[in-house]
Design a protein around this ligand. Structure first.
Ligand code: COA
Length: 227
């Protein structure tokens, strides 16, 4: 019995040596390691955090307004930023968690972070999370960053940054009271798929999870038509 992949014409000509007919499969381009990933958008450069970003990162995550709906309380110690950047280095090499700093191209300062994490290669899905310094919100910067990362995450062409992951689904867990975050996701085509009640307890405050999902088939988002 011939393997199923042998073309019928070959099967009928057994004197032809099979290896001769094996197609040449080019080597796939090498995968870009997460710690070398750089994505440029109009106003931002997205790149892994460096030790020199610690002050900027601390400024973002120690602001109670930014952390209002986050999964941890606002930071109170600059060493937390140093530890986060150090732990990122290990996580990046595992290719399961990617956090990128959002560096403004005009100032070189890191003004936010965007993470694609809990990357599950078998189920081809990942979670997404993000935060922007208060002074930078309301300018469409996170929309710019999210669109760039999601576009790459769903790009399966050989040589694309995440082509080895073949991601099919991206999920976000948002406090339903976090209007700007819900709007940011919905603008990009994420759908609200359900609400999990009292899922978080952070600093004594209980909150629900609005679970958003985006499939590769939903991308790119369709323009919203005026009524
Ligand atoms: C969630 C968060 C990132 C959203 O930030 P944002 O700046 O509002 O997000 P976007 O980049 O999508 O910007 C859209 C807003 O900018 C405005 N905007 C201004 N210029 C714009 C432009 N050139 N392009 C697009 N939008 C623009 C839009 O009108 C929109 O305002 P609206 O939401 O009031 O309608 C931000 O609120 C944040 O960091 N919050 C704290 C951390 C947090 O809660 N993270 C999420 C946890 S799940």
């Amino acid at each position: 019995m011939l393997p199923r992949s042998v073309p019928a014409t070959v099967a009928r000509r057994p004197w032809v040596s099979l290896p001769y007919f094996q197609p040449h499969i080019p080597e796939p381009p090498p995968v870009i390691p997460f710690d070398q990933l750089v994505i440029d958008t109009d106003r931002l450069r997205l790149r892994p955090l460096a030790a020199s970003d610690a002050d900027d990162v601390y400024a973002i995550f120690s602001d109670p307004a930014v952390m209002r709906h986050w999964s941890t309380p606002a930071w109170t110690d600059p060493a937390q930023a140093v530890r986060l950047i150090e732990s990122d280095r290990e996580a990046l090499s595992g290719r399961r968690d990617l956090r990128l700093g959002l560096m403004r191209a005009d100032s070189g300062r890191v003004v936010g972070t965007l993470s694609l994490y809990k990357i599950d290669a078998a189920c081809r899905r990942a979670d997404i999370g993000y935060a922007l310094a208060r002074s930078q919100q309301g300018q469409g910067l996170m929309n710019e960053a999210l669109a760039a990362v999601i576009g790459l995450a769903f790009d399966h062409r050989p040589g694309a940054a995440f082509d080895d992951l073949l991601l099919n689904r991206i999920e976000a867990d948002v406090d339903p009271r976090n209007g700007p975050s819900c709007r940011a996701l919905e603008r990009l085509g994420f759908r609200l798929e359900g609400v999990l009640r009292e899922r978080w307890q952070v600093a004594g405050e209980i909150s629900d999870s609005a679970m958003y999902g985006l499939l590769r088939a939903d991308w790119p988002p369709r323009p919203v038509r005026a009524a």
